[in-house]
Design a binder for this molecule. Structure first.
Ligand SMILES: Cc1cc2nc3c(=O)[nH]c(=O)nc-3n(C[C@H](O)[C@H](O)[C@H](O)COP(=O)(O)OP(=O)(O)OC[C@H]3O[C@@H](n4cnc5c(N)ncnc54)[C@H](O)[C@@H]3O)c2cc1C
Ligand code: FES
Ligand code: FES
Length: 497
């Protein structure tokens, strides 16, 4: 049993013990190591000023790096990872900049050349995110730079000079992080320790964390500590912790449990481990269901998608969770395990009320199976005040099938054979609209039918007024989305993103 987290930071080995493993990564970097280039502004994953790169083993000879928000990542999640901060982006071969008296990588130099920084508070986060984007692909279009930087906010410079800096940086030949940092030593150290179970206690603060290496070990631990706080990506838990809303003493971290990671497609069914990240799901969704890809690409930001998981979204049980409308209309099957048994639940029977669901103490969500519709027309909707990085004001999944329809296009005035509809942000959970579905079955598809269905839909929901929209606004959306769906269904390009 190991009592430390093994972590590399900017190429150096750290064995972290005791209370420090319960710190957020940003606090550890700044307070314990004095690496203050990583800034903290919002502490809730919104601004990206705390962005760092996290490398994990990818085969025998390299690490694959993704950028995340370090303010909502605990040190204990990072065993077997290489963290690269803004201080670690340039090496002795990088160009020396006499203006700032240090070596800079090509992104940092381009930010200076293009006037991409004013007060400078957001700049390290942008530089890290931009360097991260250049690890994934050598050349990005303006649109891709914009999409890649939706998790970074700047209050003073404006985004045009920053995007210009990205475009300029990619013109210069640059070393990848795998070329800058010799992966051999890092990977050898990780290999030696990857099978160790980890248990770390801090007796003064009375904290304990377990980082199991298998599903079986996780379930045994959960059996012994049924009230332990489970952590996957921590994009919800980290925010709650920073707001003082999570006072767990015992933690179980799932980040080393490989059986519940990854996402696959078998004959039109998505089969995801509970720990499949949104970035992984985005790749799969773009291949199998463009509607889902459209929703996933607007999910949080790249930083959130690199860390956040499908399982975390389901168990966080928000009535505005973006995955849920699709999962409800597809009748996603949840595999739930405890030490004694494994059971499968249709997600339509999982939620019972606000943050109330069918998961007993000692149980873990392990897999999610999503059978995608093979006929009819599926459309997904996310309405939010901002296009990027915003919580939904209203969400919907609508799937209709008509007699004689081909996949993706419904014939006007044909009979509706089946209907499945789910709305989010209109009640205490994401809701299936069973009465509206029943009304639609056997009706002729027309604008009038969908308008009439809107009357049933508003009677099935009970939205509240909050900062994201008034109840009347949500009632209107509940009606209008059905009419919008109808008009989209009559277009040949109805499944275009
Ligand atoms: C800036 C920001 C933007 C966001 N944008 C969106 C968005 O656009 N749409 C959206 O829907 N959400 C959004 N979220 C919310 C969050 O990112 C998602 O809910 C995410 O999927 C949570 O996954 P996670 O792995 O980080 O969960 P965690 O924070 O690790 O866990 C969430 C909850 O699930 C439990 N849990 C996790 N895994 C398991 C498991 N396998 N079994 C049992 N319990 C488990 C945890 O104990 C915890 O209660 C956003 C969050 C932030 C901070
Ligand atoms: S400090 Fe804003 S995302 Fe971390
Ligand atoms: S340069 Fe000031 S916040 Fe971006």
């Amino acid at each position: 049993m190991r009592d430390f987290i093994l972590l590399y930071i900017n190429g150096l080995r750290y064995e972290i013990k005791g209370v420090e493993v319960f710190l957020t990564l940003s606090d550890y970097l700044r307070q314990s190591l004095g690496l203050r280039g990583t800034k903290i502004v919002c502490s809730e994953g919104d601004c990206g000023s705390c962005s760092v790169l996290v490398g994990k083993p990818d085969g025998d000879a390299r690490l694959s790096y993704q950028f995340i928000d370090s303010c909502i990542q605990f040190v204990f999640q990072l065993d077997g990872k290489h963290v690269v901060t803004v201080e670690g982006l340039a090496d002795s071969d990088s160009t020396y900049c006499s203006d700032v008296g240090t070596r800079l990588n090509e992104v940092q130099q381009a930010m200076i050349d293009c006037h991409g920084s004013q007060c400078g508070f957001c700049t390290p986060g942008f530089v890290v995110a931009m360097t991260g984007l250049l690890q994934e692909r050598r050349s990005l279009s303006t649109k891709q730079w914009r999409a890649g930087l939706t998790g970074n906010l700047c209050r003073c410079t404006g985004y045009s000079p920053i995007i210009e800096a990205g475009l300029k940086a990619q013109e210069s030949p640059t070393k990848t992080l795998n070329e800058m940092y010799d992966a051999t030593e890092i990977l050898a150290a990780f290999r030696e320790t990857q099978r160790d179970s980890i248990s770390i206690r801090d007796d003064i603060e009375q904290l304990q964390v377990f980082c199991p290496t298998s599903l079986d070990e996780s379930l045994q631990l959960l059996g012994r500590h049924p009230d332990a706080k489970i952590v996957a990506g921590a994009t919800d838990v980290g925010v709650q912790f920073n707001k003082g809303l999570c006072e767990a003493r015992i933690w179980i971290d799932l980040n080393r449990v490989t059986e519940i990671e990854g996402v696959f497609v078998h004959s039109n069914t998505i089969d995801a481990g509970a720990r499949a990240t949104w970035a992984e799901i985005q790749t799969i969704a773009s291949q199998v269901e463009p509607e889902f890809e459209k929703i996933v690409s607007a999910f949080g930001s790249p930083q959130i998608r690199h860390a956040g998981t499908l399982g975390g979204n389901i168990i966080n049980a928000s009535p505005v969770a973006d995955s849920l409308p699709l999962l409800l209309v597809c009748h996603a099957q949840l595999t739930i395990s405890s030490v004694n048994r494994t059971r499968t639940v249709d997600i339509n029977r999982f939620y019972h009320g606000y943050k109330k669901f069918d998961l007993n103490s000692g149980e873990l969500l392990t897999r999610i199976t999503i059978p995608l519709p093979e006929t009819g027309l599926l459309r997904l909707y996310k309405i939010s005040r901002r296009l990027d990085l915003d919580i939904s004001s209203f969400t919907a999944a609508i799937w209709l099938n008509t007699e004689g329809s081909s996949k993706g296009v419904l014939r006007n005035a044909s009979k509706i054979a089946d209907a499945k509809i789910a709305y989010g942000a209109v009640g205490t959970t994401v809701l299936r609209l069973s009465k509206t579905e029943e009304f639609l079955r056997d009706k002729l598809l027309s604008e009038e039918t969908m308008i009439a269905a809107g009357d049933i839909a508003v009677a099935e929901i009970s939205p509240i007024s909050d900062v994201r929209g008034g109840d009347e606004y949500r009632y209107n959306l509940a009606r209008n989305v059905l009419v919008k769906y109808y008009h989209q269904s009559q277009s040949r390009s109805s499944i275009a993103v």
